[in-house]
Design a protein around this ligand. Sequence first.
Ligand code: PEP
Ligand code: MG
Length: 756
Amino acid sequence: MRELTTGPRVLLRRLRELMAEVLEPQERLDRIVREIAQNMVAEVCSFYVLRSDGVLELYATEGLNPQAVHLAQLRLGQGLVGTIAASARPLNLTDAQTHPAFTYLPETGEEVYNSFLGVPILRAGRTLGVLVVQNRTKRAYREDELEALETTAMVLAEMVATGDLTRLTRPGVELDLGKPMSFSGNSFNDGVGLGHVVLHEPRIVVTNLFNEDSQRELERLQEAIGSLRISIDDMLSRRDVAAEGEHRAVLEAYRMFAHDRGWVRRLEEAIHNGLTAEAAVEKVQSDTRARMMHLTDPYMRERLSDFDDLANRLLRQLMGRDVKTVAESLVKDAIIIARSMGAAELLDYPRERLRGVVLEDGAPTSHVVIVARAMGIPVVGQVKGVVSMAENNDAAIVDGDDGKVHLRPQVDIETAYAEKVRFRARRQALYRELRDEPSVTKDGVEISLLMNAGLLVDLPQLVESGAVGIGLFRTELQFMIASTFPRAEQQERLYRSVLDAADDRPVTFRTLDIGGDKVLPYFRNSGREENPAMGWRAIRLTLDRPGLLRTQLRALLKAAGGRELRLMLPMVTEVGEVRAAREIIEREVRHLSRFAYSLPTRLRLGAMVEVPSLLWQLDELMAVVDFVSVGSNDLFQFLMAVDRGNSIISNRFDQLSPPFLRVLRQIVEAGTRNDTPVTLCGEMAGKPLTAMTLIGLGFRQISMSPASIGPVKAMLGALDMAKLNALLLEALHKPNGSHSLREVLSGFAEDNGIPL
Ligand code: PEP
Ligand code: MG
């Protein structure tokens, strides 16, 4: 075998020339395998491509019988080639025919070759094919020869991925890269979206593979790794990070990877073999992914995504400005796929181009989901593995009704969904017809359906949905999407627009509910919080920082001059907090009246019931407020001690469980006793089944995302409230240790023809 210090470099140069030449695809492949065989002094070089039916087909060979090309086939896992593809690991064998997996394919004439070196062709951790060299003599291939073949395989991966080979593929046969895939996740927002994939954090595509000067590339790598390490050290020394346990652990893991000698050595080796620094990062990342993909240990898989993240950071360092951002090239029908994302990031995409959102993580009550819901975009979350299997521009379907995602769907699936979209459109038209109808149950009970909002984009929905008002305006959303504290005038402007849009419909503004998972990037909590959801947030924070509350109250009071102002306090734990807030409000009112501002005609103050301690102070609370609204998202989280954002447990308990329903019933009873209006504005108000249950428990006002108003109104029209009320009260009065009444309630709906 030739001296390999120059071998791979020469080979890569030849491959580059071959890629640039105008050649028929088969001719190009034939010449590529010939070059590889020659360069590696092998008698055989064969190139197998993985098809979507799990078959590896011989696409080109030097040395084996040329008649076998496109005829020789092995299943995934069959023979040596199939084993390499299935395990995504190389095989280096001195005597291949004695290997237990060896399968003899008579058409190839390979019986005379003894030694065998095969490597998977990988891209982003996916196996696209296998590249093999063989020799007659029994020899062991050296480590550097293996490296060289892997490097070459990477170039071939690019050819497969860019679709160069599709012309060689027989009709009806597809390459694995284009294989349709379906995923199951959880529905976070209803609706169906058809479109094309936009990876939120696009995998950086390295186009410059071959290096001109290894020394120069090594220096670039050194430099980039140096900056990467500094940036991680910087992050670790920042005060806010030092204070946060979880971030710190993750960053420590990053630091460990960034200093990992093995990683750096593999990168340097790939550069020595002729790759550019960025191509080397991609190669090593792909190898690591392929090796770790099969791990099921969640801890290790988490480490894999840390590692991916690190490699991506390094790629960004190396490619700098060349990295194209998604926004520049956003397709018209984008299905955004992300591991997780912030609410503000979603708002960076133009609404009219969004068809759906798919998240690997996320929870139904996380903020990006709340914002997506407000925007009426279908969302499926908890879709494991989707990011690595999707490529930008792949066709995709998001089925928010059933929690399914289809990548590269087959025509019949697409047709079925297109029909579903048309069906939904017809149903939407039906809901629109219901829009101006009163919302009453079949037995004549009037119910107020209000909507939740928080941003200007929500306002047109007020008229379109037929909501009778805004039951919850989350003022913190304006703060969350800003890069600095919104100024008083900006706040006032938003509130005024909301009231103008609402005309004379009631709007309930909730004062700032920040803290917990609603983080403002520009506002740092100085103390360390083990449990931020139960920490310094919402009314606790604003009472401690009255300047913040005063600014907001002043903006609200001014915006509502001459009209009614409804204010609501979040996360109230004891009645004293309402009194304290009321004092601040009254002081602001006095201040404004001194300066002759026009004041609200009437001020109504309410509290959210979302901390369980209030359940034992309902009468005292109702004596000092004008209304209460149940925040069922948080109340459920605190009552059941189940983190609403933690996907591992968020489905463990049911909001339709007897204990939670009993609590809700108690709140309704307290409202009746004290003549205090009670509403509910958590996510459970927006699903027809849970909304039906709320009405059965006695709620007469509920507030939900605007897209839910139509379906909930349609449900109401078919509901005999008295009948459901009797059923529910009976179920809740007698001992009932069941996990949930969901089945009983869906059975009731089905038996009574109630559309859910
Ligand atoms: C709730 O907790 O139910 C609620 C409506 O408030 P948020 O989801 O904003 O915490
Ligand atoms: Mg809440």
